[in-house]
Design a protein around this ligand. Structure first.
Ligand SMILES: *Cc1c(COP(=O)(O)O)cnc(C)c1O
Length: 465
């Protein structure tokens, strides 16, 4: 019956993959030589590859499978919705029940007056929506020049032209003529790498005040919005110092700048609350959502918008939308995902069980000779690898060399951890149990040991000058 088979030999699958499948963020030639790892099934927090090897997924797919793999309820809802109404659009004064129900549920869960949802198919699309929405908002209020959006270096907001422009990834800007006009980047609150002799608190304030300086330089009447992730994810799980967000909120309020919280990773329980905005006590005008919204079971994203912004946008026609905005199957799956998160008190599990346990185990990793810093916020965590703990030194080797070696050991040891440069990061499914956390940590330690041995053997355990 199925056209796609798991019983084809791995080597053949890899050959077909290399011949026809272009992978995101991958050097194709390198992967073709090596062969991609083929994942065939998953259950709970464990993946199985085409060789039958079991791997614990420390990344919840790509920060998205919050509820864990293999939830039959979501499959049932998708099948039912496909039979009843597989597609209808939400353009031109039509709607359908899944989009209505999901929008209403998100308005209930979102803090403050964030009561309106514009749906997209992904986080990238949602951030492209946000660019047009905030600029349109100010234009409709008679300030068409208030269109500059301030974002951060090493932020990640997606891969489409607009969202990648908001992002501050230099390697992305190098390809394809980015950024688009009127996007301005300030420095990130990354104390470990960039804090120098300042305390984290001083550094957090200094980095937040770069926003105020940028507004002064560009002109308050030209700045539409500031966008940031409550905790940087793809940038390396960078948790800002405690002083950072209160100062950012003060600056946005003082200068009449809209605040966009990109909650694509931090939303839906990742930090122990429904949204990172609640964990960091901020009041965004717009929140970007995707990933955990459906636990990755269906592609869906969106923007949750305040009463004030929605009122202005609604006063005219917003010439914007995606065929799959509010897709009924994706919306039904997302709604069921949210229902399960509530019914099973998964946020309670994160707050009372999983996050405290993971924190204790994770922070103990600072005893490892390679680990300069172990940081955690809810169920997202990072390790800074270093050749010299005392000075927070970088490696002499090209950035990412040690991280890649460690990642390869993780793969070999049956744990998915990602590396961002020489930081190792995790964001496991929120449903992970203490026993499973033990397995994850045991394999992580084994991988750190293997990495350390390799670095020594290859003479790479040297600090940059
Ligand atoms: C993944 C991510 C995005 C992009 O979402 P896609 O669904 O991949 O388009 C945007 N913002 C943040 C913070 C992300 O982590």
């Amino acid at each position: 019956m199925p056209a796609i088979t798991n019983h084809m030999p791995t080597a053949e699958l890899q050959k077909l993959d290399a011949a026809h499948h272009m992978h995101p963020f991958t050097t194709g030639d390198e992967l073709a030589q090596k062969g991609a790892r083929v994942i065939t099934r998953a259950k709970g927090v464990f993946l199985t590859d085409s060789e039958g090897v079991e791997i614990i997924d420390g990344m919840a797919g790509l920060w998205c499978v919050n509820i864990g793999y293999g939830r039959d309820e979501l499959a049932q809802v998708a099948a039912r919705q496909m039979r009843e109404l597989p597609f209808y659009n939400t353009f031109f004064q039509t709607t359908h029940v899944p989009a209505i129900a999901l929008a209403a549920k998100l308005a209930e869960l979102a803090p403050g007056d964030l009561n309106h949802v514009f749906f997209a198919g992904s986080g990238s699309e949602a951030n492209d929506t946000n660019i047009r929405m905030v600029r349109t908002y100010w234009a409709m209020k008679g300030q068409p020049d208030k269109k500059v959006i301030i974002a951060r270096k090493n932020g990640y907001h997606g891969s489409a032209m607009g969202s990648a422009s908001l992002g501050g990834m230099a390697a992305m800007h190098e390809q394809g003529g980015l950024p688009i006009p009127d996007i301005h980047h300030i420095n990130q609150p990354h104390w470990y790498a960039e804090g120098g002799d300042m305390t984290p608190e001083e550094f957090g304030l200094a980095r937040a005040r770069e926003l105020e300086a940028a507004i002064a330089e560009i002109g308050e009447d030209r700045v539409a919005a500031f966008i940031a992730e409550p905790v940087q994810g793809a940038g390396g799980v960078i948790i800002p110092p405690e002083t950072y967000w209160p100062e950012i909120q003060r600056i946005c309020d003082a200068h009449d700048i809209l605040l966009i919280a990109d909650e694509v990773i931090t939303g839906f329980g990742r930090t122990g609350n429904w949204f990172g905005a609640q964990t960091f006590n901020i009041r965004p005008d717009i929140m970007t959502i995707a990933k955990g919204l459906s636990s990755g079971y269906a592609p869906i994203g969106g923007s949750i918008v305040s009463d004030a912004v929605a009122a202005v946008i609604g006063s005219g026609e917003f010439n914007h939308g995606y065929t799959y905005s509010g897709h009924p199957v994706a919306a039904a799956v997302a709604l069921e995902n949210l229902r399960l998160i509530e019914e099973e008190n998964i946020l309670g599990h994160v707050r009372d069980v999983a996050a405290p346990y993971l924190q204790q185990k994770w922070e103990a990793l600072t005893d490892h000779p390679l680990v300069g810093e172990a940081k955690i916020c809810g169920m997202m965590a990072s390790l800074a690898l270093t050749p010299d703990k005392a000075t927070r030194a970088q490696f002499a080797a090209e950035a990412g060399t040690a991280g890649l070696i460690c990642r390869e050991h993780c793969f070999a040891n049956g744990v998915i951890m990602r590396h961002v440069g020489d930081r190792m990061i995790i964001a496991p499914p929120l449903v992970i149990t203490p026993d499973e956390i033990d397995i994850l940590i045991e394999r992580a330690v084994k991988s750190l040991d293997g990495c350390l041995a390799d670095l020594k053997a290859q003479g790479l355990l040297k600090a940059a000058a």
